[in-house]
Design a protein. Structure first.
Length: 335
């Protein structure tokens, strides 16, 4: 069994030690570590992930504005400024804030400026995709373009294509598109979401985190159906659910650079494999997670929505069961 002393840790940087240090500095209002980190970040997937995490931390402070004023010619500062404005607009929309429209317009203009300033960067286009979910009635023409294939929906396909052109299969771009699917209709059609993630995963190469996207939609369906009130295993042990979990394991996890993997992806995969009773395979993912976890999707099994302690307890039970099974298979206690 897993050690009773183990307690999971949430940190937005996960296994990215350099990002963790920059986040720590940013939380105290200092921006230099952020600047230095981004200056050394060359790969677009990692650039996208790091700027997203930093923006979520910086949105509540003036650190990025200070950086821009100190280094007005910095492209990275302009990208981060755009990121922060988008994050604030999305939060305002979520909270029903009176300034949502104003913040949305400001962020949208910043995206255009950033796209012109850094034409090779996918992030301005990812940001425009993020803002698309605010247009719930699809009033803007760019948010209701014809889809590239059957069974898909009208949406911001040109924005996704621009992100794809700069960084093929960019994880955040496709997840922003999924959020758009949920926002575009009052019922957030799950059938449209299923079609989208299957379409996205079908052409993604080995090692792409898009292979984990079907697990997100499956977890969302479970949440909406209030799965914790039903027989717990039925949703996850079906042939389709097991297939999705194992495909994500073999097509993404087995080829991924785990130090750069999204904690959300790893938690969804561990959750799906555990739910499908694939304990030995789930143990591999729990071991890759190390001390880190996020509450979603474990919180979807909580009887009280938003109960962090219950979500953590579910995670610990799943981890213990999976690592215990792995230890049994090896003929001894888990490492």
């Amino acid at each position: 069994m897993a050690s009773d002393n183990f307690r999971p840790v949430y940190h937005p940087a996960g296994h990215d030690n350099e990002l963790r240090a920059a986040v720590q500095d940013l939380r105290t209002g200092r921006w230099l570590a952020m600047r230095n980190l981004l200056e050394g970040t060359r790969a677009w997937p990692l650039w996208t992930q790091r700027t997203q995490v930093l923006a979520a931390v910086a949105a509540g402070s003036d650190a990025v504005q200070t950086w821009r004023s100190e280094e007005p010619g910095s492209t990275a500062a302009a990208i981060m400024y755009t990121r922060v404005l988008v994050e604030r607009a999305i939060r305002a929309h979520r909270e029903g804030h009176a300034r949502t429209q104003e913040l949305w317009q400001e962020a949208w203009e910043a995206c255009g400026n950033a796209a012109r300033l850094a034409p090779a960067d996918p992030v301005p286009w990812v940001c425009l995709l993020a803002l698309a979910q605010l247009d719930t009635d699809q009033r803007l023409e760019e948010h209701r373009l014809p889809p590239p294939g059957p069974m898909l929906f009208p949406g911001p396909w040109a924005l996704l294509a621009e992100a794809d052109k700069r960084d093929p299969y960019n994880r955040e771009a496709y997840h922003r598109m999924l959020q758009f699917v949920y926002a575009r209709r009052s019922d957030g059609s799950l059938s449209e979401a299923v079609n989208f993630v299957q379409w996205a995963a079908s052409s993604a190469p080995e090692g792409s985190p898009l292979h984990a996207m079907p697990l997100f939609v499956r977890a969302e369906r479970y949440r909406r159906d209030k799965g914790h009130e039903k027989a717990l295993d039925l949703h996850w042990v079906t042939e389709d659910a097991t297939r999705d979990a194992l495909r994500a394991l073999h097509l993404w996890f087995d080829h991924a650079v785990l130090a750069e993997a999204s904690l959300l992806d790893l938690n969804h995969l561990a959750h799906a494999l555990w739910g499908a009773l694939q304990f030995g395979e789930a143990a591999r993912v729990f071991e890759a997670l190390g001390p880190y976890y996020v509450s979603v999707p474990w919180s979807y099994r909580s009887r009280r929505p938003g109960d962090a302690a219950e979500a953590e307890d579910t995670f610990l039970r799943a981890r213990g069961r999976s690592l215990g099974a792995r230890g049994d298979a090896r003929g001894g206690p888990p490492g």
